[in-house]
Ligand binder design. Structure first.
Ligand code: AMP
Length: 224
């Protein structure tokens, strides 16, 4: 049996299903999930300095400056030695500068696979318009498929709300930034040979099974 889990990055537009799939895939391999958006939302709820700085960018749909995001990820990944044991990164890297920083601090522990969770824009727009999230654990719901107890999370009982940054202006700005800043990241990993694609427009269980097949094939092909 392998002594470590895969080192995996999930890339996709807002609403592509990264959060949902990252939780499932991290659980199935027993590795940590690091979601920069969740870390920022937690910092905002706690009113920390990082949270106050990030909120101004997040609510407008802008990206948080590279330096702050890189510091945050490095603290969680490198200082805790987790890059060796495997991880799922959800929402990072989102810019070329972040991708280069990640390559640098991973060093020899390079990524096993970077998954482009591909979903057409018209589908993500529908998903985001009805998206609701648990304030406590980050679980995702949709108005077409709400929690059983209306505004309370099925998983942890936390309050289920609309994200403050899911306004029309902010969503359009995030999609624009995806094209400008994140598509070059996909190119970066295509060039390095780490990129794989999963059709994220399918039903969630099907996406998960395709994702598992891709990760297993790339991971088992490498010398652990
Ligand atoms: P998410 O939950 O991944 O959609 O992230 C929510 C928001 O947090 C984004 O719209 C950005 O404002 C900010 N954010 C999360 N990850 C990053 C990142 N890697 N780089 C810059 N900003 C980020």
């Amino acid at each position: 049996m392998s002594s470590r889990g895969p080192r995996l990055v999930l890339i996709g537009k807002q609403g592509a299903g990264k959060g949902t799939q990252a939780v499932r895939v991290a659980e199935s391999f027993g590795v940590m999930r690091l979601a920069t958006g969740d870390l920022f939302r937690a910092a905002i709820n706690e009113g920390t300095e990082i949270g106050i700085e990030a909120a101004a960018f997040i609510n407008r749909g802008e990206l948080v400056p590279d330096e702050s995001v890189i510091d945050l990820v490095e603290t969680h990944l490198v200082l805790e030695d987790r890059q060796k044991r495997g991880f799922v990164l959800d929402g990072f890297p989102r810019t070329q500068v972040q991708a280069e920083a990640l390559d640098k601090f991973l060093g020899d522990f390079s990524l096993d696979v970077v998954v482009d969770l591909d979903v057409p824009t018209e589908i993500v727009l529908h998903r985001i318009a009805g998206r609701r999230v648990c304030e406590d654990c980050g679980a995702n719901f949709h108005v077409d498929n709400p929690p059983k107890k209306n505004a309370f999370c099925d998983l942890c009982g936390g309050e289920v709300v609309q994200r403050a940054d899911d306004t029309e202006d902010s969503v359009m700005r995030r999609l624009e930034l995806y094209e400008i800043e994140t598509l070059p990241v996909i190119q970066h990993y295509r060039r390095s040979g780490a990129l794989g694609r999963v059709d994220g427009s399918q039903e969630a269980d099907r996406v998960f099974s395709d994702l598992l097949d891709l990760v297993k094939s790339r991971f088992s092909a490498r010398d652990h």
